[in-house]
Design a protein around this ligand. Structure first.
Ligand code: GDP
Length: 437
């Protein structure tokens, strides 16, 4: 096994194909740990033609012998967790003894979903485009210091009853159309806690010990850097720190536990929901990318907005996360295009900018500045060696490396595990050195 603990996270607006990259790297790690987000994430993984969609449990669960951890930074909808566990069981994968849930993780209560819908409706035109799964309101309660944690479900019942009662009465003050009774909700969360009990533990301590024993851990991010609550395109963001800082706070680990950071970026750009997307395409070209890339949300089925690769965005991500390498995915989706464009800056009303701005109003009327490159006619699909890529595709990848300042150590050329290039001499190769895949 590798000796390095690495973080694998999204370098754009999510859906970069983190699932496949995490899945293919998993055999080199003893544990995979999710550090933030909720069941709004959707990782699609294909193994021998079988499709798996995971929302909450790290996709490492598909590999026998790997422990999967859900950190304190994650918010958990118990029903969503049980559904996933049941589905995995039906596929012959037993999570018992291999799943650990942080006792400090916060719980999504059923009415958080209602609050999510309500808050989106109130925003009207300024809606964020959330998945309406109650994730934002659960994080609001966490920061508001009234959240209910997994350990609360397993502790003093009277204290829990008090907390549930107070939360439900706060809910009833916000949603006036209906009154919720606290008792059935209390009974429900008690039952949920009991079902979770065998999986619950001290994640920080568990990972600390594992790492001390020299067993490597992969930290798995959900969503992505441009959706990070602090560094993303606020307010069109998720409610947690998807960037590398979330690893420490979301798992209870020190920065030095992170030995490497791998950013996953698509060879073009997509985003779901609202908010700026400076390289967004419309018409035939957008449809072409959406269809060949199957750009529809894994969780919601929503069509994704598509655009050219934005080097400003990925360079920004490299800075925020200290990316050591990029895993470039879906290169094959660009196969057959006569020309490929890369955004290098934005022309705005206040002049040209080449660093990603905080104030999104700057991007509203901005025009992307492109570097144009010839496309390739022979396919990259399924390639496993960089030398086998058409010359134009090699030049495209090299140009992305030059413009983002980060090497593409992994290049994904299809959705299957095998359709992958690990560049010889790259940092990722040294992380995985001497390890049978
Ligand atoms: P994630 O949340 O970042 O894992 O992304 P999604 O699972 O929502 O989307 C990734 C989709 O792209 C999945 O259906 C993958 O099977 C697929 N995928 C991943 N890598 C590649 C690739 O290199 N080429 C193609 N064509 N599809 C890929």
């Amino acid at each position: 096994m590798t000796k390095t603990n690495i973080a694998v996270l999204g370098a754009q607006w999510g859906d970069e194909g983190k699932g496949k990259i995490v899945d293919m790297l998993t055999p080199h790690f003893a544990a995979v740990a999710r550090y933030q987000g909720g069941h709004n994430a959707g990782h699609t993984v294909y193994v021998d033609g079988k499709k798996f969609v995971l929302h909450l449990i790290p996709s490492g669960i598909l590999h026998a012998g790997v422990t999967c951890v859900i950190g304190n930074g994650v918010v958990i909808d118990p029903q969503a967790l049980f559904k996933e566990v049941d589905e995995l069981r039906q596929l012959g994968i037993d999570v018992d003894g291999r799943l650990m849930v942080s006792e400090k993780a916060h719980i999504i209560l059923p009415y958080h979903r209602e609050l999510d819908v309500l808050s989106e409706a109130r925003r009207g035109e300024r809606k964020i485009g959330t998945t309406s799964r109650g994730i934002g309101p659960a994080y609001e309660d966490k920061i508001g210091r009234r959240g209910i944690r997994v350990c609360d479900l397993l502790g003093d019942r009277n204290a829990l009853a008090e907390e549930v009662r107070e939360n439900v009465s706060a809910r009833n003050r916000i949603i006036r159309e209906s009154t919720l009774d606290w008792k059935p909700l209390f009974d429900q969360v008690v039952a949920d806690g009991e079902r979770m009990r065998p999986w619950v533990g001290d994640v920080s301590l568990f990972l600390h010990r594992l790492i001390k024993e020299g067993k490597p851990v992969m930290f798995e991010g959900a969503q992505a850097t441009l959706l990070d609550i602090d560094h993303g395109t606020y307010p069109f963001v998720t409610s947690s720190n998807a960037s590398v800082g979330g690893v420490c706070t979301g798992l209870g680990l020190p920065p030095r536990a992170i030995g490497g950071v791998l950013g996953v970026a698509k060879a073009y750009t997509t985003r779901v929901g609202e908010g700026p997307l400076p390289t967004e395409l419309s018409g035939e070209l957008a449809d072409r990318l959406r269809e060949s890339g199957q750009e529809y949300g894994a969780s919601t089925g929503r069509p994704r907005r598509c655009g050219w690769f934005d080097a400003v965005v990925v360079r920004y991500s490299a800075r925020i996360n200290g990316l050591d390498a990029v895993a470039l995915t879906k290169l094959d989706v660009l196969d057959g295009l006569p020309e490929v464009l890369i955004c290098t800056g934005y022309r705005t009303s206040s002049g040209t900018i080449t660093e990603f701005p905080a104030d999104l109003r700057l991007l509203a009327g901005a025009e992307a500045i492109y570097e144009r490159m010839p496309g390739w006619t022979s396919p990259t699909k399924g390639a496993t060696r960089f030398e086998d890529l058409p010359g134009e595709a090699q030049r495209y990848v090299r140009k992305l490396e030059e413009l983002t300042g980060v090497a593409c150590a992994i290049i994904s050329t299809g959705s299957d595990r095998r359709e992958t290039i690990v560049k010889g001499g790259s940092l990722v190769e040294s992380w995985l050195e001497g390890v049978p895949g």
